[in-house]
Design a protein around this ligand. Structure first.
Ligand code: NMX
Ligand code: MLT
Length: 436
């Protein structure tokens, strides 16, 4: 069958035509009004970006190319012998082409990434030189930005390649970056927590997730399945979230995919975004230290209220777009119910799901009092022995590379221009609005 690039090469002209038609026919039409509160409120609620890889419905959650995540998880081809979960490679195929891959297509991508995934020596040396004080996310940013030296797009651009062909080189970089992500992340893990032990070689017989787990020293088949699921679930969340938007913004300046991804990871490293999965675990452990691992409801409620009184957010709860429990939380919970329902931390997370929304609702200001993706992932990782929570956001990043690279390929294929919103001084706005 055709490989991914050939499939995309057929789609690109059609999509370009569609975009041209949209612009010609409707370019002058309004999509809405902008209020000052939108501008001062993090641009929430404005229809400002176009993204075809995925869409977040406030109540139903994320759709990958029109499919609910539940269906994606159900329908993705199972590639490795005995695996119960579909591969993230399959999810990448879906996000880029819009079609669910067959087994051969998903397997083909695994093979291709195994060929492309060798991490250059200079990048390994950079990671090996990292001081223990450097957070794993800062290491991930450093590694992905140094890999810019590999960029085929940068070389082609220097030679004056035509704009219509940009995407072909961006595609090559995106594929190489996706392929290198598991070994890069495994090196960060082993350096930080295993004194640098562990293999750095990809095994062509294993898939993306299997190689990653083995390189980090994990062999349990259920854990590899958990990571397959995890990498599928965290891959994409439309293009306005901080990591995706940062990647797109930087990519719009025609910086290489390596540099744009590094910018995205810098955003993912914030506690209101991806670092929340680390924060949830720290918060849970502090709670357990204070009130034990089988607390009464009242004790939990008091503990949550103390967090709020301290001026802190409850990590893992709330969302900028979602207004219901995140389906990514529910799918992780389904996995937990099948594989480790008696785990004490898992039980606690399920109880918090019932208690915390009622507390947050009482504040009267929280737009979404329900759990998001980060409220669950940590306890599952703890269950399988991956206890180093400073590392959890790197796992989110390994997954997010898939969505943001699918978006980047299409942004360049469709010639998305450099992003440059206009800003105004507050004095100008005061005067402008007074005169209205
Ligand atoms: N705990 C306490 N207060 C909250 C929470 C929460 N979990 N969520 C929102 N609020 C507060 C928020 O701080 C704001 O207060 P104030 O007006 O005093 O500044 C108020 O409620 C209104 O905020 P929202 O409009 O509900 O939320 P917003 O869209 O601004 O922010 C988050 C969304 C996700 C940043 C916010 O809900 C939050 O900080 N949650 C905790 C951190 C977290 O779990 N982040 C992970 C998100 C998913 N991800 O992986 O990226
Ligand atoms: C994400 O997955 O990016 C988060 O849920 C944050 C968001 O969508 O804003």
């Amino acid at each position: 069958g055709a490989n991914l690039k050939e499939v995309l090469a057929k789609q690109v002209p059609q999509e370009r035509e569609k975009m041209m038609g949209l612009k010609c026919l409707h370019g002058d039409k309004k999509l809405g009004d902008i209020k000052l509160s939108n501008v001062m409120g993090g641009m929430r609620g404005l229809m400002l970006l176009m993204c075809d890889t995925s869409y977040v419905d406030p109540n139903k959650g994320i759709f990958y190319r029109g499919m609910t995540l539940k269906d994606v998880v159900k329908d993705l081809p199972r590639v490795q012998e005995g695996s119960k979960e579909g591969t993230p490679e399959g999810a990448f195929w879906l996000l880029t082409t819009g079609k669910m891959p067959n087994k051969g297509q998903a397997e083909g991508l695994t093979k291709e990434w195994n060929k492309r995934g060798n991490v250059p020596r200079y990048c390994q040396r950079l990671l090996d030189s990292m001081d223990q004080r450097i957070h794993p996310m800062a290491q991930l940013c450093a590694a992905s930005s140094c890999l810019d030296a590999e960029s085929k797009f940068v070389k082609a651009y220097r030679k004056g390649v035509k704009r219509a062909k940009y995407w072909e080189y961006i595609y090559e970089d995106a594929m190489d970056l996706c392929a290198m992500m598991p070994p890069v992340a495994a090196i960060i893990y082993c350096n930080a927590f295993k004194d640098g032990a562990g293999s750095r070689e990809l095994n062509p017989k294993e898939d993306w997730s299997g190689n990653f787990c083995r390189m980090c020293g994990y062999k349990d088949k259920n854990f590899i399945d958990l990571m397959r699921l995890y990498f599928v679930l965290h891959a994409d969340h439309e293009s306005g979230n901080v990591s995706a938007h940062a990647t797109q913004l930087v990519g719009s300046a025609l910086s290489s995919p390596y540099l744009s991804f590094s910018a995205g990871m810098a955003g993912l490293a914030g506690p209101l975004h991806g670092l929340a999965n680390q924060e949830v675990l720290i918060w849970l452990q502090e709670m357990i230290k204070e009130i034990g691992d089988d607390p009464k409801d009242d004790e939990i409620i008091t503990y949550v209220n103390e967090t709020l009184k301290g001026g802190k957010v409850v990590p893992g709860y709330g969302h900028a777009v979602l207004r219901q429990t995140d389906p990514r939380f529910e799918l992780q919970n389904d996995f937990a119910m099948k594989n480790c329902k008696d785990d004490k931390n898992v039980k606690l997370v399920t109880r918090l799901w019932k208690l915390i929304p009622e507390i947050l609702k009482k504040l009267g200001k929280v737009a979404n009092p329900y759990p998001n993706v980060d409220a669950h992932s940590g306890v599952l990782l703890q269950h399988y022995g991956l206890k180093e929570m400073q590392y959890y956001t790197v796992l989110f990043g390994v997954s997010r590379v898939l969505g943001v690279m699918a978006q980047t390929i299409w942004a360049r294929a469709l010639g998305a221009p450099i992003e440059r919103p206009k800003s105004f001084t507050s004095d100008f706005l005061c005067k402008f609005l007074q005169d209205k």
